[in-house]
Design a binder for this molecule. Sequence first.
Ligand code: UDP
Ligand code: MG
Length: 307
Amino acid sequence: MCKMLSVVVSVYNEEQALPMFYKAARSVLESLDWDYELLFVNDGSQDGSMAYLRRLSREDPRVKVLGFSRNFGHEAAMIAGIDHAAGDAMVCMDADLQHPPECLVEIVKKLEEGCGVISMVRTKNPSAGLIKNITSSGFYALINTLSDVKFEPNASDFFAVSRQAADVLRENYRERVRFLRGYVQSIGFQKAVITYEAGDRVAGESKYSIRKLLAFSVNTIMCFSNLPLKLGIYAGILAALMGVAVMVYTLLTRQGAPSGYTTIVILNCFMFAILFIIVGIIGEYIAVLFSELKDRPIYIVEEKRNL
Ligand code: UDP
Ligand code: MG
């Protein structure tokens, strides 16, 4: 019996890109030895994406559709796709054709060789622009310093996992604050890396703003590192050393009590700054704890087609 590949596609306001994506993906998928399903996850689009997907699912039984009740974000869409996919392996990709469907050929080859986790690394991302590219490399440098898990820089939301690896994600990585790409790279299994060139998005605009990306980066650091929580200890040691230095200086120079006003003000400001930053960091972690504790659903499905 031939194996089945599930292609999970997250969709948010992609009505223009979808027909092009479907055509391109289908022609590649038809050429493979594997059976396939195309699982579109509509992440609360406000445009005609859902209407198009409903129509498509009536014409093509291999097209499966999950419709969320509102926008839950790209990560939630990928998780929902992995939860509902029936294949022996799953690939997550974007609907804007920035993840070329031609890569599926190579992915299937790696899967047949027994790889459990295949990361797709982009060699170039023209549409991202200089700022996004620089902040992206900065982010990976930071997270790799702070965390025990080593991340593939430029790993994208384009990846493939075997059924076995997907089961691990399904059952054990249900965090509310999360970074799916990171989990994929930290669960082990035989790994493979394939490089690809990200083209321009075929239609529409990027749905990730700099602000969204920043929030995402902060969350990721908190998901994978406890080091920021230890800053308090380091700051305390620093403050103690400074105190000793000032004490020694005062004793040696035999300053009278009234002088040294500037020193006091500067030290005060400095100490309070450190203190508030640390309180802020602890607050961020508490916010993560709080949202895990509330245990709200990662996504809510309103509509299912062919599933
Ligand atoms: N997307 C989503 N929910 C969102 C934002 C984006 O499902 O809230 C989908 C979007 O439709 C696309 C993919 O995630 O298929 C990647 O988004 P985008 O291309 O805007 O990001 P970029 O490639 O610019 O990083
Ligand atoms: Mg894109």
